[in-house]
Design a protein around this ligand. Structure first.
Ligand SMILES: *[C@@H]1O[C@H](CO)[C@@H](O)[C@H](O)[C@H]1NC(C)=O
Ligand SMILES: *[C@@H]1O[C@H](CO)[C@@H](O)[C@H](O)[C@H]1NC(C)=O
Length: 347
């Protein structure tokens, strides 16, 4: 064997050992088929094909799975592997699944119950290569403890089973007056909306009497706690007090005070020239003020009556000097009014 022949064999051996392409490259989410993994690099010769597949949890969505050794280089892998979907995680009665991202491999969903329901079972599911782990949890309606009994009272609608979310329990007193809420509602937190009411006995309130007035509502005759009476004053009287309504309170007393009806006052009667007022003091509803002339004669009415609205029924009279002319004028006025009167009666 010549020297050159030995060299040729050596070169051929080297090529044989190294092949023509390097070991096939690594691509994300893919795995080289096992049969190729086992291959010795010496086989990766011109035209040789190796294939990939998608790793667990990923699915092929596009491209070719194989690459070829061409000109000592592997062709580019076109295979696309994407996270597989686990699909709908299941329906929860009275609840929902929420997810941070989606329903794909590696994602997690969280169960949430509607208001008034609570979770039974694990609240999360994770998407694995073979689907969702665990099971669909349950949302159970919230229960409240048995409603409390009350002294001197009873529950009107005691349910046969558990009291559940949003149920209202109604109380009634057998004795006394109900203080507090008569209705307790079972809340989403599993407790009641308020404390139970109490039945309390209070002294009766006395029959309220309003002089110069009357009751408009709340005629009694027995007045219990929280009973209301409303009043009105008679004609010519006005209310003196803070309210038309009074309420019977805890200690058997009326609140606010029983009002009074005060008689209506008229202002001081106006003075007149050359005349005087015969009555003195306060002028109240339905009383009269009398006038008298010092000289002269009185024109108009000598009597002013105080009305229910606090005004006088007429203008005050005038005192006119007793001259012949005035007497004549008066005579004519009286005669004319007599004639009109007669005429009105006979016409
Ligand atoms: C019911 O329970 C919640 C939470 O434990 C609490 O915040 C609330 O005050 C309770 N309500 C009543 C009326 O006790
Ligand atoms: C109401 O009555 C009180 C006492 O009874 C009296 O002092 C007061 O002046 C009256 N108020 C009015 C507005 O008349």
């Amino acid at each position: 064997m010549s020297k050159s022949a030995v060299l040729l064999v050596l070169v051929a051996l080297t090529v044989n050992v190294n092949g023509e392409c390097d070991y096939p490259p690594y691509y994300d989410h893919t795995i080289l088929r096992e049969e190729h993994q086992a291959h010795s690099p010496s086989e990766f010769i011109e035209g040789f094909k190796v294939a990939y597949y998608c790793q667990s949890g990923y699915v092929r969505t596009a491209g070719s799975a194989s690459i070829t050794c061409i000109n000592k280089m592997w062709s580019a892998l076109t295979l696309k592997c994407e996270r597989k979907s686990c699909g709908f995680p299941g329906e929860i009665l009275n609840g929902n699944f929420h997810s941070g991202g989606g329903h794909l491999f590696g994602d997690e969903v969280y169960a949430e119950c509607n208001e008034g329901y609570q979770l039974v079972g694990r609240g999360t599911r994770r998407c694995y290569a073979d689907g969702w782990d665990g099971q669909v949890p349950l949302c159970e309606i919230v229960k409240c403890p048995d409603p409390p009994e009350i002294e001197d009272g009873e529950i009107m609608n005691l349910p046969s089973g558990n009291v559940v979310y949003s149920t209202a329990i109604l109380y009634r007193c057998k004795k006394g007056v109900l203080i507090g809420n008569k209705e307790l509602v079972c809340t989403a937190q599993g407790n009641y909306s308020s404390k139970p009411p109490q039945c309390e006995e209070f002294p009766l309130c006395p029959n309220p009497i309003l002089e110069n007035g009357r009751k408009e509502a709340g005629f009694g005759p027995i007045y219990n706690y929280n009973d209301v009476v409303s009043f009105a004053c008679n004609h010519g009287y006005i209310l003196n007090g803070s309210s038309w309504f009074i309420t019977c309170k805890e200690n058997g007393k009326w609140f606010p005070f029983i009002p009074k009806c005060d008689i209506v006052n008229c202002p001081d009667p106006p003075e007149i020239e050359d005349g005087e007022i015969l009555s003195h003091g306060r002028v109240v509803y339905n009383t009269a003020v009398r006038y008298k002339c010092i000289h002269g004669s009185l024109e108009g009415s000598d009597k002013l009556v105080c009305r229910a609205d606090g005004t006088y029924d007429k203008e005050p009279p005038q005192c006119v000097k007793r001259t012949l002319l005035n007497r004549f004028k008066n005579y004519v006025k009286e005669t004319v009014s007599k004639v009109i009167h007669w005429w009105n009666r006979h016409a």
